[in-house]
Structure formats: C-alpha cells, structure tokens
Design a protein around this ligand. Sequence first.
Ligand code: NAD
Length: 300
Amino acid sequence: MTATVIDGKEFAARVRGRVAQHVTRLKDDHGITPGLAVVLVGEDPASQVYVRSKGKMTAEVGMKSVEHRLDADTSEADLLALIDQLNNDPEIHGILVQLPLPKHLNENLVINSVNPAKDVDGFHISNVGLLGTGQKSMVPCTPLGCLMMLRDHHGSLSGMNAVVIGRSNIVGKPMAQLLLGESCTVTIAHSRTRDLPDVVRRADIVVAAVGRPEMVQGDWIKQGATVIDVGINRLDAPEKGEGKTRLVGDVDYASCAKRAGAITPVPGGVGPMTIACLLANTVTACCRANGLAEPEGLTA
Ligand code: NAD
C-alpha cells in the first residue's frame, strides 16, 4: 500500500482563503477589522521566524497585525502591563505570547493573564477546562489543524482507535481531548509508555508529537492507519552543502508511508495548518466578541 499524502500546505491555503473571505465580510458588513497582537520577549531565533511569518500571514488575510518585541530582560510587571493593555484594546481580538519565555518569567502566570476570550493559542486554564469538559473554547492551533485534516480525510472519526504520542499541554493533551470529543477511543502514550510499538500498532489514527526525529517506524503502523506527524526536527544535512540542514518529523516517513493509508509529510503537513488555525481562531474570537455568527468549519 502507498499512503495518500495529506497536503497540509494546500489545506492551510484553503483555510486562509476562507478566513480572508470572512474578514472581508466583517469589514464590509460590520466595519470591523479583526486584530491579532503577537508578543515576543527576547531574541530566540526560531521564535523570531515564527513571529515574522505569523505577522505576514495575518496581514495577507486582511487582518490588523500588531507586534510587540520586548527585550529579553523585560520584567514580569512590564509584560503583564502590556497584556493588560491588549486585553482592554477593543481593536485587538487575539493575543499570542510567543513561547518559550525567558526563564525569569512565570509562563503559567503570563498565559493566564491573557483574557480567555482573546487567548487564540487556547492555553489559558479556562480554555483548557472548557475543552476538557466539551464546552465551546479557544482550541490550541496545532491540534485544531490536525483535527481539521483528520475530519477532512475521514468524515466521522467515531469509534476509531487513536494513539497520541506525547502529553504536552500544547499538543498531546489537547489533541487527545479533541479526539475524545470526536468519539475516538484515545490512548495517550509518552516517554514512560511500555511497548510503544505495540500500543501504536492498535491505532487507526496515530498522532506523533514527541520531538524525536523519525522515531515512529513503519512496522509500528497498522495497515491503512492515518499518521499525523506533528514533529519538527532540524537535522544537519552535509549532503546538501556545508552548514545546511533539513527538516524531519517524528515519523520515519519512508517506512510509515508504505503501511499507512494516509500520512502528513514534514515539511508541508501540520506546520502550515498551525498558522492557518491561529488566523481562524482570531476571526472566531472577533465574531464572538461582537456577537456575530462564527465561520463554520474553522473551529472544533
Ligand atoms: P514536548 O517536549 O513538550 O513533549 C514531548 C512529549 O513526548 C512528552 O510528553 C514526552 O513524554 C513524549 N516523549 C518523549 N520521548 C518519548 C519517547 N521516547 N517515547 C514516547 N514519548 C516520548 O514537545 P511538544 O511541544 O509537544 O512538541 C512535540 C513536537 O512537535 C516537537 O518536534 C515540536 O517541534 C513539534 N511541534 C510542531 C508544531 C507545528 O506547528 N507543527 C507545533 C508544536 C510543536
């Protein structure tokens, strides 16, 4: 069997197109421009790349994009004051604080100081609780993107066995909650799981969010299973030239694609969906703040 490749790049472009249509409607019919504020503390190079591309794509779909770049030694009080200002700014509907934060800042305190209605990352404890109890919430962008691709590929996920590898607050746990919400039978595997290959072999859906390059092997995959690779790992690639690197996922693509029914590539799978879902969440937050109908199919 050769797996169907789930093209996240193309899917994300479609999602951004729908977001842009909704933004146009909000502007034309209601005079409202959705606004996203991104806060970056420090000079982490990967975070700078993410923030730049988030800003660019926010502007491309017609939304207002605001960036706040703060020094690495910014005090907690100053950061909380900025978040308070954004919480109270009627032109800002989504606030994203880029993680990780410098060590001297209390990440949980900062995340929980964002107004939950503007928490487009879905990390605020209120949104975590709402998701866990099956209520309307802001859903973390990466798992939301995975869910959209799974729904698009399968239609109903009801009754399927899903194994999520990884239990982080950002990906693994919310992914498991979303799949439970779709009536999957969900197993969360992690670094202490015994016989991981055997656990994965039972899965109709495998979501790998581990941070270990090409860990999931083809002989772990049940014939026809759907494999969603969240991992982004940068490896040295001397074969491409000195100092060059290449991106790989947490899944050994070549061997898994031979057994899977469908699989997401890296790059071009989950990654582009994450930013598309951030934009979708900002439009959703804007609609909720103004008592307007939310865009259909762009949330969980
Ligand atoms: P994390 O480090 O917070 O969590 C990793 C999880 O993997 C942990 O729960 C740990 O228990 C588990 N784990 C570690 N070693 C394991 C092993 N040998 N066997 C089984 N489980 C093991 O990472 P994260 O933030 O959840 O990110 C996971 C991966 O996803 C990373 O590669 C990250 O770069 C990527 N990521 C991608 C996107 C995207 O937009 N595509 C977004 C977020 C994270």
